[in-house]
Ligand binder design. Sequence first.
Ligand code: CIR
Length: 255
Amino acid sequence: MPIAITRRISPSLARCELTHLSRELIDLERARAQHASYEDCLRSLGCTVLTLPPDPDLPDCVFVEDTAVVVDELAVITRPGAPSRRRETEAVAAALGGHRELAFITEPATLDGGDVLRIGHRIFVGLSSRTNAEGAAQLEERLSPHGYTVETLTVGGCLHLKSAATEAAPGTVLLNPSWVDAAVFTDFRVVAVDPSEPGAANGLLVGETTLFPSAYPRTAARLEEAGARLVRVDVSELAKAEGAVTCCSLILNQP
Ligand code: CIR
């Protein structure tokens, strides 16, 4: 049974980092209700959800994905690219320490987990405004002894690699070809987002089922046509903070 680590929404979410979006009013109560439904979806897919308390001084703490890269053998605690997010790693490292050996990304490297796409033993790292080459190199140093390969690629037009591409069904990469070079993923089946839904490339695969934002029905139809099994979740308030479905959890498979 996988464990999903999540973290409650900070009361200061309104002060979150924003890179590609303009600030909009976020309804905190609605965001919390959506987050609770997201956690319920994870439970319905067989996850044990471990929810960490929020920190009022860390507006983006709900986006736990950025704080660690977890594989079966260890967890690599990141050094997030946004200085306002660096302290988020402390609580997550404390929680992960009970489940995995820990390794750390250290200065001058920066790495956000949202830039790390793992498909089997292949790890794709997006070089972005949050993740630098040193971050990718340190991740490779930590993971290659365990049989993982690390490939870097550039992303443009979006926040993270996983805004542009995710494994949205087993062996299938869902991507926005305007934000990432689809040629990188020729070893996989590729499904492109519907052109009217550029933000739709982020799905969270848990086992054989994918949590997918209800805001993107056209891309959902494309995925289902390709054989994906989807569970829809409404994360519209978190989307105003530039978050999507992968960013709100860290999934630990039980080896
Ligand atoms: C940030 O800009 O860091 C947050 N407001 C959103 C982070 C979303 N994380 C993710 O997609 N992995």
